[in-house]
Design a protein around this ligand. Structure first.
Ligand code: COA
Length: 119
């Protein structure tokens, strides 16, 4: 299930975000996590089973919820976690916002949409 990011998840969150190609640089990553902590328009969620296995980050802008980060721990990829995170974000926010991808996430989000036809 998705749980809202809290400061005590910071290290694991940074580890997961660092799998995204544009978050490899430590300075960029620190800036990103700070935005999620401080900017009320940015919301970060973790996928928690027994352990934390994935992360999804959303930025709210007018009527859009932009999925701008998504990552799953390598040992648990290809088991549907990425898709479940996208579906849960759509369930939570889809009525009020149009859930969209950005350039960093569109390849995977488009793949999910083509499979499920949710939007
Ligand atoms: N673009 C498009 N499709 C992708 C993809 C990508 N970057 N990464 C994986 N997929 C595909 C897989 O090939 C697989 O396809 P199949 O079902 O036809 O075999 C499917 O997505 C797996 O779906 P799911 O199990 O729900 O995804 P996941 O839990 O493995 O998570 C990511 C997918 C993208 C979150 C994960 O691969 C990851 O953390 N990648 C590194 C971070 C990253 O690059 N994020 C941005 C992605 S655009």
């Amino acid at each position: 299930m998705l749980v809202r990011f809290k400061k005590n998840f910071e290290k694991i969150a940074m580890g997961l975000l660092s799998f995204m190609p544009e978050e490899k640089d430590v300075k960029k990553l620190q800036h990103t996590i700070k935005e999620y902590e401080e900017n009320p328009s940015w919301e970060l969620y973790l996928w928690k089973e027994e352990d934390i296995l994935g992360i999804i980050g959303v930025r709210f802008e007018e009527k859009q919820a932009i999925i701008q980060h998504i990552s799953v721990t390598p040992s648990h990829r290809n088991q549907g976690i990425g898709k479940k995170m996208v579906e849960e974000v759509k369930q939570r926010f889809g009525e009020e916002f149009k859930v969209v991808a950005n350039q960093q996430t569109d390849r995977f989000i488009n793949k999910c949409e083509n499979q499920t036809k949710i939007l």
